[in-house]
Design a protein around this ligand. Structure first.
Ligand code: PEP
Length: 253
């Protein structure tokens, strides 16, 4: 079975004290995550080291950066490199979240460079894709997401793409309380897997974890994660509340 993943995206939230309390609270309720499952916390950059210390004695729990730059070093004030992440033992990075695409104009090509540099440094990219509401309203979501995959991922080798985690996050469902139905999620996840299969073959496509993101909550996680092509979730708002995120972790297949 593919690895099932509950990934928290804290975005730009929480003070250090709040972050520590939240992490302690979640970790003490999830000491046995189980084989074939992972929990990943994408925390603000300034908390990466502290979060890594907190998870030091856990198994199957990891810390992720929410973003990383496309170059390894240089005059890029304010940016964070894969080399830096590696040096503090951070092995995951969220790439191409819709908020970065929208507010920081990150293009598919730029994201291709970020994915590539992550893989060069053995950092697992959690690559986000997904359509906005106007695209879904005219039923163009499959073509739109296919293009994101083609332009950002499909220049990777088969060996490289197997190391990527994909998160399908319909923008209209992020932070809006509107969740895609589990059938809508399954339909798009199956589509993504088919596109990967078309390019790299079925065996490669079958091994890639595809997470759903968009208003996942304790009350809907089981239904969404139960779908055959949904391998867990990337969770924003509900990952900031232990009583929400713990049941989400427990809802993994
Ligand atoms: C996200 O930020 O990736 C996300 C899915 O947010 P939310 O769960 O709040 O919709």
């Amino acid at each position: 079975m593919r690895t099932q993943i509950a990934a928290a995206n804290w975005k730009m939230n929480l003070t250090l004290q709040e972050a520590q309390t939240l992490l302690d609270n979640i970790l003490k309720q999830t000491d046995n995550i189980g084989e074939n499952r992972k929990v990943i916390f994408a925390v603000p950059a300034c908390y990466l080291t502290v979060a890594n210390e907190k998870i030091a004695n856990t198994s199957n729990v990891f810390v992720a950066a929410q973003n990383v730059y496309s170059k390894k070093s240089g005059a890029f004030t304010g940016e964070l490199s894969v080399t830096m992440l590696k040096s503090i033992n951070v092995n995951y990075a969220v790439i191409g979240h819709s908020e970065r695409r929208e507010y920081f104009n990150e293009s598919n090509q730029f994201l291709a460079d970020k994915v590539k540099i992550c893989l060069e440094e053995n950092i697992t990219p959690i690559f986000c894709c997904g359509e906005a509401l106007p695209v879904r309203e005219v039923n163009q979501q499959n073509d739109f997401v296919t293009r994101q995959l083609e332009e950002s991922l499909f220049s990777l080798s088969a060996e490289e793409i197997q190391k990527v985690i994909i998160a399908y996050e319909p923008i209209w469902a992020i932070g809006t309380g509107k969740t895609a139905s589990s059938d809508q999620a399954q339909e798009m996840h199956a589509h993504i897997r088919t596109q990967i299969g078309r390019k790299y073959g079925e065996a490669v496509a079958d091994g890639i974890s595809i997470l759903y993101g968009g208003s996942v909550k304790a009350s809907n996680a089981k239904d969404i994660f139960g779908k055959p092509d949904v391998d867990g979730g990337l969770v924003g708002g509900s990952s900031l509340i232990a009583d929400e995120f713990v049941p989400i972790i427990k809802a993994l297949k």
